[in-house]
Design a protein around this ligand. Structure first.
Ligand SMILES: Nc1ncnc2c1ncn2[C@@H]1O[C@H](COP(=O)(O)OP(=O)(O)O)[C@@H](O)[C@H]1O
Ligand SMILES: [Mg+2]
Length: 240
């Protein structure tokens, strides 16, 4: 059976004020995949996922998710459909504890306290450091720990599609390796992932397919393996 399409962007156009950023993006994520969205700084990656999450309005085109149009829906309605964005720059509640931040992640689901407990235990299993620090204020965690908490909080919303915006940004090289292994593991446990990254090589190693954005247009797309092995891609986009 062919894997089904979970997310489809059709001719997505948007921008800020009079400034056009996305010039017609077509992109597809199938159930079970990790799809990498790559591109240099300012190419339109965050704009693309903010349009998907309902944070900024579209100028044209459509966003289809799980067989329904979601463009025009409020961001909170989109999260309820289990399309969840793990934000760039962490965006945690620094004055709340690790545990409180995790609980807030499942807010839209209205879980019983028993189900909440089960879900939190599941996150602690994935991130033992969050269990060790469950009573610590989020703002006092290291950068790497905050990133784990941000991912844990996003997982508490039980995403069918998890969108991550540059999760490796600012992490020490050793942690970057651990992070990509973890993203791979989350995917193997059943979560479909759209991974926005500047770290192209590491992303292509765990992704199934990838798209490369250049000035608001898809310059290139294909199987991650093919892109990783394409001499022109290696030269122009990967700097190898
Ligand atoms: N809030 C904003 N207001 C105006 N212009 C913006 C805003 N956010 C991003 N841009 C512009 O949109 C373009 C794409 O930005 P962005 O989507 O953040 O790129 P990326 O995530 O790939 O680095 C850039 O030219 C950037 O300056
Ligand atoms: Mg960005």
């Amino acid at each position: 059976m062919a894997p089904s399409t979970l997310l489809r962007l059709n001719n997505l156009r948007t921008g800020y004020g009079a400034h056009s950023v996305l010039e017609g993006i077509d992109l597809e994520v199938r159930t079970g995949e990790i799809v990498a969205l790559l591109g240099s700084n300012g190419s339109g990656k965050t704009t693309t996922i903010n349009a998907i999450s309902g944070v900024i309005p579209l100028w044209d085109g459509s966003v289809e998710y799980n067989d329904q149009r979601v463009d025009g829906l409020h961001p909170s309605a989109i999260v309820k459909l289990r399309l969840v964005q793990c934000a760039e720059g962490r965006q945690l509640f620094p004055q709340l504890t690790v545990l409180e931040n995790l609980k807030l992640g499942s807010y839209a689901r209205g879980l019983s306290s028993r189900d909440m407990r089960t879900e939190i235990d599941r996150i602690y299993e994935l991130f033992p450091v969050l269990l060790e620090r469950k009573s610590q204020l989020a703002g006092t965690l290291s950068g790497g720990q905050q990133q784990m908490l941000a991912i844990g909080r996003a997982l508490m919303a039980a995403p069918l599609l998890l969108i991550m915006d540059e999760p490796s940004l600012g992490l020490a090289p050793l942690l970057v390796g651990q992070l990509f292994a973890l993203i791979d593991r989350i995917n193997r446990m059943g979560t479909t992932i759209l991974l926005v990254e500047q770290n192209a090589v590491a992303s292509l190693k765990i992704a199934h397919r990838a798209y490369v954005l250049e000035s608001g247009k898809i310059a290139l797309s294909g199987a991650a393996k093919d892109l990783l092995n394409d001499p022109r891609v290696r030269d122009v986009y990967l700097g190898l």
